[in-house]
Write a protein that binds this ligand. Structure first.
Ligand code: PEP
Ligand code: MN
Length: 345
């Protein structure tokens, strides 16, 4: 349920908030210039809407039918902007974020070299897996804690914030200096893991599960947010369908659908979605055109010898070309959307 309140005296506002708390509900307050939205979290089924309307500062009351509340745009009409550091903000109409780097951290030379080249091409965030969720137990499993150390070296060398995947909550202490914690597709519904990262204040990149609906993705975001962490970035990375021409099927329509449903930023991963490096450029451009807030792209200095996902990895110079094309699409999309009340409608 959301209550739209006219901006008025603090005393009247506090009276309403006290009443809400007295009903065993938590108010979630979002202040705007002319009105304030108070979202009610908890069991609202027995709340009397007419009683809320009787507070004279209340302009309107609406029930939120969807099971996700804090992630819901009705709770928070403005886009959430997740701040990574002073230079990087993710989300909103004026930011477009490139995250790039190898599937897996392999050596110091590899990660620092790639970090330097993706930074030169305009990436704002370095990606790299240290703990890898591999389908086969015989495949390279990642460097683990040593991989995190190498990512931190690359961060020190280049100043790029880093994003890397957490698979096991016991590893959380190793992530203290990691800027964004990734929850991978295979763990999207690991609810215990979601609750634990929800207790941190780190930005979380939450990837859509291989066979999960948009609503399930939003419910997973809700797990993190309801545990106290509102810094959630969603990632569309393709879903499994009957199609075999691509590794997954990139569901780009999820981007505008998500923007309708939620205020959280939406990033697209064309690398895992397609599994083929030559498809990364067209799908990156398409993602930018349909409103993605950024991209996460796999880049490797030597794709044929990559320990993981070489077939979908771009060489640094190819990434630079993709970034250039995407920036052109972003500019054209902004121009096309200018003056429209909503770029979605
Ligand atoms: C990754 O980004 O390294 C990864 C394993 O992706 P996903 O969880 O989307 O498969
Ligand atoms: Mn990968």
């Amino acid at each position: 349920m959301v209550i739209i309140v006219n901006s008025s005296s603090e005393e009247k506002f506090n009276e309403l908030i006290d009443w809400i708390k007295g009903q065993n509900l938590q108010p979630h307050i979002v202040r705007g210039d002319f009105s304030t939205i108070v979202g009610l979290v908890g069991d609202t089924s027995r709340v009397d809407i007419e009683q809320i309307r009787s507070f004279d500062i209340v302009r309107d009351v609406r029930r939120v039918e969807e099971p996700y509340k804090q992630a819901n745009r009705k709770f928070h009409p403005k886009d959430t902007i997740v701040r990574i550091n002073d230079n990087v903000s993710i989300g909103g109409p004026n930011n477009f974020t490139f995250m790039a780097g190898p599937c897996s951290v392999e050596t110091e030379e590899q990660i620092i070299g790639i970090a330097r080249s993706v930074k030169a091409a305009g990436a704002q965030i370095l990606r790299g897996g240290a703990f890898k969720p591999r389908t086969s137990p015989y495949s390279f499993q990642g460097l683990g804690a040593d991989g995190i150390k190498l990512l931190l070296e690359a961060k020190k060398e280049t100043g790029l914030p880093i994003v890397t995947e957490l698979m096991n909550i016991n590893h959380l202490p190793l992530f203290e200096d990691v800027d964004i914690i990734q929850i991978g597709a295979r763990n999207m519904q690991n609810f215990d893991l979601l609750k634990e990262v929800g207790k941190t204040n780190k930005p979380i990149l939450l990837k859509r599960g291989l066979a999960n609906t948009i609503r399930e993705l939003l419910m997973s975001a809700e797990y993190i947010m309801s545990s106290g962490n509102e810094n959630v970035i969603l990632c569309e990375r393709g879903i499994r369908t009957f199609e075999t021409a691509t590794r997954n099927t990139l569901d780009l329509s999820s981007v505008p659908v998500l923007h309708e449903c939620t205020h959280l930023p939406v990033i697209v991963d064309p690398s895992h979605a397609t599994g083929k490096s030559r498809l990364v450029r067209p799908m990156s451009m398409a993602a930018a055109a349909c409103g993605a807030n950024g991209l996460i792209i796999e880049v490797h200095n030597d794709p044929p010898h990559a320990l993981c996902d070489g077939a979908q990895s771009l060489r640094p110079e190819q990434f630079a070309e993709v970034a250039k094309s995407v920036r052109l699409i972003c500019a054209a999309t902004r121009e096309a959307n200018a003056g429209l009340e909503s770029p979605i409608a």
